[in-house]
Design a protein around this ligand. Structure first.
Ligand code: IPD
Ligand code: CA
Ligand code: CA
Length: 289
């Protein structure tokens, strides 16, 4: 509001944004950025892409021009709105994760599906303030599936609020799993944990190949749980908020808080968490590749 001071000068009352107003700005920006990234992905998904291997040791870890271009499009949107915010993006943005304002971006989660023409992939974008997730969007542009969450504001799938499933026993649920690219100790450990889950009488195991969407499905109550022995922060930054806002629980496989760095991950509807930890925890390999 403009006002006239005693010396006749005209001033303007500075009215700081409320927390919910700034959250809305961040969520809108995450949404705009996810749409921009999604557009790039759909363009390449239609025409097909040639994928490259990421480094010698990870022969199965693919990257394509779509990953790189989508990340550029996403970061452009974020920087236009918040030029001084930091970005941790899988492909080419590695700002300090301790930054007060941090955007964590996986421009294409599920690259392997993408290059094989399987329409199960997503853009994942999260905004963290002082190390805490404040909002996140996961978007599968081929299917038009939109998942978003804000801290203390709930989790929504295509506009409908969602909750984790209510099952209290493992013999009522499907569990989803991810395999890191390693074809050694970590793969063997994951298979051993899967075997023990089957013996615990779960309904089934699913491996869909897009961690962000796996987390979204736990939040939507389709899977009772998800675990993977190694993920990167961009794989789970938006998904962990989504699961927690849907009433679920997120820890490492040993039940510790999940750091914003390479980590193993166990997410569940909460009620099943300790039983699952007792199965997947003991198989966790000591070393990470
Ligand atoms: C991968 C997917 C996959 C998971 C891998 C991730 P990318 O991400 O989320 O489901 O099992 O560990 O690296 O490489 O497709 O972005
Ligand atoms: Ca990923
Ligand atoms: Ca990726």
């Amino acid at each position: 509001m403009p006002f006239i001071a005693s010396d006749g000068a005209i001033g303007i009352n500075y009215c700081p944004m409320t927390e919910s107003e700034s959250r809305m700005q961040e969520l809108n920006t995450a949404g705009d950025a996810a749409r921009a990234g999604g557009e790039v992905l759909v363009k390449y998904f239609r025409t097909g892409v040639v994928a490259d291997h990421k480094g010698d040791s990870e022969t199965y870890n693919l990257v394509s021009i779509a990953d790189v271009e989508a990340e550029q499009a996403i970061v452009e949107v974020i920087r236009r709105k918040f030029p001084d915010h930091a970005v941790l993006g899988e492909e080419s943005h590695h700002d300090d994760v301790q930054s007060e304002h941090l955007w964590v971006v996986d421009p294409l989660d599920g690259t392997n599906n993408f290059v094989h023409g399987i329409p199960h992939y997503a853009v994942s974008i999260a905004y963290y303030h002082r190390g805490k997730p404040k909002c996140g969007v996961i978007f599968n542009p081929s299917r038009g599936d939109w998942y978003e969450a804000t801290a203390d504001g709930g989790a929504f799938h295509n506009g409908q609020q969602v909750r984790v499933c209510d099952s209290g026993t493992l013999d009522e649920v499907i569990v989803s799993v991810g395999f890191y690219y390693d074809r050694g100790e970590m793969m063997e450990a994951t298979l051993a944990a899967v075997r023990d889950l089957f013996y615990a009488q779960i309904h089934g195991i699913r491996r869909f190949g897009t961690a962000a969407l796996d987390l979204a499905q736990v939040g939507c109550g389709l899977f009772g749980a998800f675990f993977e022995y190694q993920l990167s922060p961009w794989d789970f930054a938006a998904g962990v908020l989504f699961v927690e806002e849907a009433g679920g629980r997120v820890t490492t496989c040993l039940g510790e808080p999940v750091p914003l760095q390479k980590s193993d991950l166990l997410v569940s509807n909460g009620k099943l968490h300790e039983q699952l930890q007792g199965i997947v925890g003991p198989h966790l390999p000591d070393s990470m590749p």
